[in-house]
Design a protein around this ligand. Structure first.
Ligand code: FES
Ligand code: FE
Length: 364
């Protein structure tokens, strides 16, 4: 179906109508998103602690594009499209440490700088020049212990995407550079379009209805729960209620309010009341109707296993509630029973902010 990212649609979004329901299952929309969003903007790759030694590497994705990030012998971070230039096998899997990047299919062997060092039997091919077949480079940047990649070599620095976010977080007691990586949750797959998963993250209008335990801990009243937007980011700040029994956990620590930050296009930084920590939650489209997610945990040094487990478990409860919501929305929109939804902009303007970014990116 032709994708209509028109001025009319933009004007509808400004009035509070949503993106068309078809945008949440049409493979052509995802193809455009892959080309115009996931191939052009910064995406979260992993933790620097996975890249400490020369030769250490991690793999990640930018939309459909597999990426490998390595630490070179000079200590630099380099990123490449993780697809062999011979016939396309993935060069690296998972994370670990290697002397070279050798493809497991026919053993084309790339140096840690991406250059093709050896291709068995290539000396028998007249006109084969190894210099023509390096791995394709991508950009790599770090923010504290967080590593990011961007397939678009002509793009602006990560700092441009982050905008005021690092300062906003620092003003509220959070500096990622002061946190330590303490591991990744297992990946899981949500049966919903990636935008629905992002959109659900961007409003707490559903919190009193769908997150009972969350709403005991965090004050979700619209007069207390604050929503802000930047150019490429948006944030939600919810104070601790400080009342009632049966809190999901006892929030002890210097962080007194929750902070949930979204960064374009598909990653978020989540902090619950308690010790300083950031849980990076990432949403990757697998196809137009499935999204994979994982959470990387960064915690203040010395945070006990017990506290981490308590907060992580609480996040898991809220997350499971959210998965049920977005999968239901996906089925509803997939039925084509409604063409567009209608946002309540006082409570849902972060969602509008996101939809306008999607619209404008897809419109090119
Ligand atoms: Fe990688 Fe053949 S596909 S060596
Ligand atoms: Fe939720």
């Amino acid at each position: 179906m032709a994708v209509d990212a028109s001025p009319l649609l933009r004007e509808q979004l400004e009035r509070g109508l949503t993106l068309p329901a078809t945008w949440y299952s049409d493979p052509e929309v995802l193809r455009l998103e892959d080309e115009r969003i996931f191939s052009r903007f910064w995406q979260y790759a992993g933790s620097i602690s996975q890249l400490e030694e020369p030769g250490s590497f991690l793999t990640c994705r930018a939309g459909a594009t597999p990426i490998v990030v390595v630490r070179t012998r000079d200590g630099e971070f380099r990123g490449f499209v993780n697809v062999c230039r011979h016939r396309g096998h993935l060069v690296a899997e998972g994370c670990g440490r290697r002397e070279t990047l050798q493809c497991p299919y026919h053993a084309w062997t790339y140096d840690l700088d991406g250059s093709l060092r050896a291709a068995p039997r290539s000396e028998r091919e007249p006109g084969f020049d190894k210099a023509d077949w390096s791995l394709r480079p991508v950009l790599v940047e770090t923010w504290g212990p967080l590593v990011f990649v961007n397939p678009d070599l002509g793009t602006a620095a990560l700092a441009e995407t982050l905008g005021d976010l690092p300062a906003e977080m620092a003003a509220r007691g959070l500096d990622p550079a002061a946190l330590e990586y303490r591991g990744r949750s297992r990946d899981w797959v949500i049966e919903a379009n990636w935008k629905l998963v992002v959109e659900n993250f961007l409003e707490c209008y559903h919190c009193p209805v769908a997150h009972k335990s969350f709403s005991k801990l965090i004050d979700v009243d619209p007069d207390s729960y604050r929503l802000t937007t930047g150019r490429w980011t948006s944030s939600q700040f919810g104070p601790v209620t400080g009342r009632g029994n049966g809190l999901p956990y006892e929030p002890v620590g210097e962080i007194r309010a929750s902070q949930f930050h979204y960064v374009w296009p598909n990653w978020t930084l989540n902090t619950f009341p308690g010790p300083p920590h950031v849980r990076v939650l990432v949403f990757h489209p697998l196809d137009a109707e499935h999204t994979s997610t994982f959470v990387d945990g960064f915690w203040a040094p010395g945070t006990s296993e017990e506290t981490m487990a308590e907060i992580t478990e609480f996040g898991g409860v809220v997350g499971a509630e959210d998965v049920a919501l977005v999968e239901s929305v996906h089925r509803g929109l997939r039925s084509n029973a409604i063409e567009q939804g209608r946002l309540l902009l006082d409570s849902e303007h972060l969602l509008q902010h996101f939809q306008l970014l999607v619209h404008d990116a897809v419109a090119g």
